[in-house]
Ligand binder design. Structure first.
Ligand SMILES: [Zn+2]
Length: 151
């Protein structure tokens, strides 16, 4: 294990090679190449978890509910802006959206970047920060309907 790091350089968490800090693409600490591999793995994992029938169901749902899905996304965009603190890690947030896109393209299912605590919850409201994000199939996201029960 390394005990020091050259200034301005960072070790990739995937391949352990040293890169300029600017070449480490995400808060996961991966270089561009490792990030690509990581994304592909995520896609594979999701694919295994959700069988073909889920994929088919998602396709059908999306077709029948396009308007509903679209109007929700407009509303959500406005909420995101309101709930974005200045200190939010934009690179990390971006990573969630990139992964979502890769997943949706690879599986044919619409995935959403979901806020674990809804931005406008009934009891508590979450923030638009990486700590509050998760990637889930659009179907589940829509069903969730801003419900949050503290446990
Ligand atoms: Zn790497």
């Amino acid at each position: 294990m390394k005990t020091y790091q050259r200034f301005g350089y960072k070790e990739c968490a995937g391949c352990s090679r040293e890169f300029r800090v600017s070449e480490i693409r995400s808060n996961l600490g991966f270089c561009t190449e490792c990030l690509r591999i990581w994304k592909a793995q995520q896609v594979k994992k999701w694919r295994t978890k959700n069988g073909e029938h889920v994929i088919e169901y998602g396709r059908k749902y999306r077709k029948e509910n396009q308007v509903k899905i679209y109007s929700r996304s407009v509303k959500q965009r406005a909420e995101k802006i309101q709930r974005s603190p200045k200190w939010a890690d934009l690179t990390a947030i971006q990573l969630y959206y990139e992964t979502r896109k890769a997943l949706s393209e690879a599986t044919g299912i619409e995935y959403h970047v979901d806020h674990e605590l809804p931005l406008k919850g009934r009891l508590v409201s979450g923030l638009h920060v990486p700590e509050n994000l998760q990637i889930i199939p659009a179907l589940r996201n829509i069903r969730k309907n801003n419900a949050y029960t503290p446990g």
